[in-house]
Design a protein around this ligand. Structure first.
Ligand SMILES: Cc1ncc(COP(=O)(O)O)c(C=O)c1O
Length: 404
């Protein structure tokens, strides 16, 4: 994705011709970026030989899942729907882990029948529910148990998951209790310790702290885990300014840990694989001026991309056609939804723009479409994948009859 003669291109396609053909708002994904991200991730952690399970919640488009499967990844799923989509995409069941605090009986039985690698459980009640389902189906089920390490991920409060006040995992005491209780189980095999402390983590230190917590726990626990699932959370450079997460430093502490406990490592990355693979193209419907600023009213809104409204996330916005002028007024990029929080970004010294211009909201591959909704009865946008010189519609724009 880059400018050529001041025009925004994705893999050799001018975004303006794509939006003319497929309309706006439009999610566009670059296969090249996806492949590069997967290759870079694999390369960065090569010595660890991890099982990389793509976090499907970050983007569950089936065509993208198929590409991710071909690139060799497994899947981390959090619902029956995501498990179904992953299997449909051809992802090997022996590479699928099922996370989440509230799996229903129906979901548990479905997961057991599919014989996936691990059901990562998050409470005693859930472990007992899995045991009950396993007994009913007369199966021995491999599970993981998620620890809440009470570690601050140093990220947005809303996407932190590893502090004791968060709903995820169990505390150390409960963890040990469940392990001891389940040693006798005929139907449950606790094979994995899982953790996930949060998302958009840019500093390796919280990960080190998390590994120290694990180390302290395992040192005093007479129990061998085949897998340690370290979750995902690796952050990306949304503003193109902040320092990237240092994979090398994180890797070093994992190697030390792995050598000590002789376990296989699982990762569940989402954002770091798919975040910068997608953009959301949107047309300027109106410009509206007040005393201090100009509202740039886009045809994309918080129902298409909720991250800014939900946790004040910042996505860069760039024009599809660059010019050298600078707007004297502050520009506020907003959507048409009837909510004050339907606001993407406030910019100073942005270039002058006109109605009908196409704007690019950057790095929307993760938690973009997958968090979209029909709020205000707005239709969900289309998604396209650009792969070499091919452009494929990978999800049709919704029609009004789809949602009524
Ligand atoms: C259990 C679990 N694993 C993996 C992820 C993926 O995180 P990320 O997209 O930040 O890599 C999440 C996201 O919150 C999660 O809850």
């Amino acid at each position: 994705m880059r400018y050529i003669n001041n025009k925004f291109f994705i893999e050799g396609k001018d975004i303006r011709s794509l939006t003319k053909k497929f309309n706006t708002p439009l999610y566009c994904y670059s296969y090249k970026n996806l492949r590069e991200n997967v290759e870079n991730f694999k390369k960065a952690f090569k010595e660890i030989k991890p099982l990389i399970c793509f976090s499907v919640k970050s983007n569950s488009n089936i065509s993208l899942l198929k590409e991710i499967k071909k690139l060799g990844l497994g899947a981390d799923v959090v619902s029956k729907g995501e498990l179904y989509a992953s299997l449909k995409a051809g992802i090997n069941k022996s590479k699928i882990v099922f996370s989440g605090v509230g799996k229903t009986k129906n979901e548990i039985e479905y997961a057991i029948k599919q014989k996936i690698l691990l059901i990562n459980s998050e409470s005693l009640s859930e472990v007992l529910a899995i045991e009950k389902a396993a007994k009913k189906l007369n199966k021995i089920v491999d599970i993981g148990l998620r620890l809440n390490p009470d570690t601050d991920a140093e990220t947005l409060k809303q996407i932190s998951t590893g502090k004791s006040e968060n709903k995820f995992g169990v505390d150390k005491k409960t963890f040990v209790k469940i392990i001891n209780l389940m040693k006798q189980s005929k139907f449950i095999n606790i094979k994995c310790l899982s953790v996930h402390i949060g998302s958009q983590i840019l500093n390796h230190k919280p990960y080190e702290k998390m590994l120290n917590v694990l180390d302290k726990l395992l040192k005093n626990l007479d129990y061998k885990f085949e897998f340690i699932d370290l979750g995902g959370g690796m952050g990306i450079n949304y503003d193109h300014k902040t320092k990237k997460l240092n994979y090398t430093k994180y890797k070093k502490s994992i190697i030390k840990f792995k050598n000590k406990y002789n376990c296989k490592i699982i990762f569940e990355p989402g954002r770091s694989i798919i975040g910068n693979v997608g953009i959301l193209a949107s047309k300027v419907i109106y410009l509206k001026h007040n005393k201090t600023k100009t509202f740039v009213i886009l045809d994309a809104a918080m129902n298409d991309l909720i991250r800014p409204a939900l946790y004040n996330a910042k996505h860069r916005i760039v024009p599809s056609l660059r010019n050298m002028s600078r707007s004297k007024k502050i520009l506020e990029f907003v959507g048409p939804v009837c909510e004050t929080t339907d606001k993407f970004l406030t910019e100073r010294k942005f270039q002058n723009i006109k109605e009908n211009d196409i704007m690019i909201i950057c790095d929307t591959g993760a938690y973009g479409y997958s968090l979209s909704s029909n709020y205000n009865l707005r239709l969900r946008p289309a998604e396209i994948l650009i792969k070499g010189n091919k452009v494929k519609i990978i999800r049709k724009r919704q029609k009004i009859t789809d949602i009524i």
